[in-house]
Design a protein around this ligand. Structure first.
Ligand SMILES: Cc1cc2nc3c(=O)[nH]c(=O)nc-3n(C[C@H](O)[C@H](O)[C@H](O)COP(=O)(O)OP(=O)(O)OC[C@H]3O[C@@H](n4cnc5c(N)ncnc54)[C@H](O)[C@@H]3O)c2cc1C
Ligand SMILES: *[C@@H]1O[C@H](CO)[C@@H](O)[C@H](O)[C@H]1NC(C)=O
Length: 426
């Protein structure tokens, strides 16, 4: 008896989706041979999937966003394929692409090597603030939130570094929580309890959206008592001591400093790729791949990348709906050819959707955004996302895999030798 494993590193948005796709559309189509069984193995540090999208609201209050809406157990989501699925709670620490094995350190600290027939890298990114990254388990992130809530209640000065969607959403939720909603026509709260400031490095917020939408976001932030400073960077943020309630001195590039009760660093993301060989990474430490096929060509045969750690994407969960079927179809093609000794079939290609598209709730009743290149009114942003941060609309299909029930239509593309297509968008 031997086992051929489709090994998936990371069990979040991209990793779980890849696993469902593999169980539904790949394993059933692999050649049936005596003595060979196939399986899908997912490695992830936490037993629970974390609905990161709702992070900006949960940091304001767990009454507004209870923890049990944020975390969902991973392994039971694959009960429909129990005999073909294995969950390993742990972290990949090394990939040996010559030997086609991955070293994994389990939560209990033991090392093991997992051989793979095909490998999917889906290890995503970490945020500079600990508020939006699940590094170990659910309990640890909940404890981080509990401690933050204790500080937030008494905060008079809050600074948020970075004016991307995460910074803007966090500012809206926190400011509304501390300062309340203004009256129906009011443009700002009467007696704001806290001064909340968003620091934008650029001359506008929300890089993906047009300037007029950024202006509208500023208006909605003002409405809940938050200000924006433009063309300014956070140079450093230094906590006075280790104490939880210690102030942070935020040094700005215009020479000013702010003494903040709370500082949230929302200035970017860091790919979780430091366990991989440097030669596999691009200049932003993302996994460099063929931008059409999503193969990691530097990594040898049958290695793919999906999700935000990949060089092919500008990021986000919506983009994964385009990318996962592509990477997984090509994985199936390659694996079938490998196992059967036949020449591989045609490739499936990924097309980046670069239309203006992003929804940004600002507090519990307003929001800005665009979909498919069209600006959306506040009430629609609220209706789609602001109500519950997409939990009602998307969690179930993500967890049970129904989102990927259909393979989707695709146009077969001729196979091009490795290296002949652009590998990344840099
Ligand atoms: C606050 C916030 C709000 C957001 N809101 C939206 C939104 O509204 N819409 C949207 O489209 N996008 C949103 N995003 C972006 C979205 O969260 C990302 O696109 C998404 O998390 C990427 O999914 P992923 O699976 O690629 O990576 P991640 O979600 O980062 O998951 C990576 C997984 O891999 C695990 N991992 C890390 N290292 C290893 C290792 N060595 N071995 C094994 N496992 C490992 C991690 O623990 C994690 O579980 C938001 C992001 C943040 C921070
Ligand atoms: C799947 O493969 C992995 C790695 O080879 C192995 O540890 C696990 O027991 C297998 N699981 C099943 C359900 O066969």
């Amino acid at each position: 008896m031997s086992t051929e494993t489709i090994l998936i590193l990371g069990g979040s948005f991209a990793g779980m989706s890849a696993a469902h796709y593999a169980l539904m559309h790949i394993i059933p189509q692999l050649p049936k041979k005596d003595g060979i069984t196939y399986n899908v193995t997912v490695v992830n540090p936490s037993k629970d999937f974390y609905w990161r999208i709702a992070g900006p609201r949960v940091i304001a209050s767990k009454e507004l966003m209870p923890y049990n809406k944020l975390f969902y157990p991973i392994e039971p989501a694959f009960a429909y394929a129990k005999d073909k699925f294995t969950f390993v709670q742990g972290k990949a620490t090394h990939v040996d692409s010559a030997g086609q094995t991955v070293s994994v350190e389990s939560v209990s600290g033991e090392q093991k090597n997992i051989p793979y027939a095909a490998l999917v890298i889906a290890t995503g990114f970490s945020t500079p603030t600990p508020l939006f990254t699940q590094t170990t388990d659910r309990a640890a992130l909940e404890a981080t939130y509990d401690a933050f809530h204790t500080q937030l209640k008494h905060a008079k000065t809050v600074v948020i570094g970075g004016a991307g969607p995460v910074g803007v959403e966090a500012a809206g939720e926190i400011s509304e929580f501390l300062n309340g909603k203004p009256g129906f026509m009011a443009s700002a709260p009467k007696n704001p309890k806290a001064k909340v400031t968003v620091i934008s490095a650029e001359k506008k917020m929300l890089p993906v959206l047009r300037e007029s939408i950024s202006k509208q976001a500023e208006k909605f932030l003002k409405r809940v008592g938050a200000d924006v400073v433009y063309n300014t960077k956070v140079v450093s943020a230094t906590k006075a001591s280790e104490a939880e309630d210690a102030k942070t001195t935020v040094q700005l590039s215009d020479g000013k400093t702010i003494e903040a009760d709370i500082y949230i660093d929302a200035t970017g993301t860091r790919p979780n790729t430091n366990f991989l060989p440097k030669e596999w990474l691009d200049n932003r430490n993302r996994v460099s791949c063929n931008a059409k096929t999503l193969r990691v060509e530097a990594a040898g045969p049958r290695v793919y990348v999906v999700g935000d750690c990949g060089s092919y994407t500008r990021g986000g969960v919506m983009d994964q709906y385009d990318a996962i079927p592509v990477a997984m179809t090509n994985l199936r093609t390659d694996l079938v050819a490998h196992l059967s000794g036949q020449t591989p079939g045609p490739d499936r290609h990924y097309e980046a959707n670069l239309k203006e598209q992003q929804l940004v709730p600002i507090g519990s009743s307003k929001g800005v955004g665009a979909a498919n290149g069209m600006a959306l009114p506040s009430v629609m942003v609220w209706g789609i996302k602001g109500r519950d941060y997409l939990i009602g609309m998307l969690v179930e299909g993500h967890m049970n895999g129904k989102t990927y029930e259909k393979e989707g239509k695709w146009k077969p593309q001729p196979v091009v030798a490795a290296g002949q297509l652009g590998t990344s968008r840099g």
